[in-house]
Ligand binder design. Sequence first.
Ligand SMILES: [Zn+2]
Ligand SMILES: [Zn+2]
Length: 152
Amino acid sequence: MNQEELQKLVEEISLKYFHVPFKYEVKINNRMTTTGGRYFLNDHHIDINGHFLEEKYRSDLIGIIKHELTHYHLHLAGGGYQHRNRDFKNLLAYVGGSRYAPDLGLRRRQKKKYIYECENCHLQYPRVRRVNTRKYRCGKCGGRLVLVKKNK
Ligand SMILES: [Zn+2]
Ligand SMILES: [Zn+2]
């Protein structure tokens, strides 16, 4: 499915399920990994995770589009357009949108660069980023954490 076909599909779903046209742009975003799509409050366009454009993800794609359109229509109508809002939950359920994008396993495993160890109980804490050891202590015993290894 290309951008043009995706745009058409979103416009069709908008009319069919929300009975209001979608008048902005749909963009394909191939950098998305764990989310299916995103609605942008500032210019009302929608990004769709390009990985879901494969034919085998068709029904997932429709669920994602309904989800993003739920944000869109509620936002423009002045309703509660955020996930936690009752309006959002109701409309999403009504149109049959998906709550979460299915996990495609695209999330990059982040390498744990820093290994901290508790001085007291020697429990290790692998971390992606540096930890402020003056602020954070061992979750098990409250001991001081020390950096024991830094991987490249
Ligand atoms: Zn959302
Ligand atoms: Zn400890």
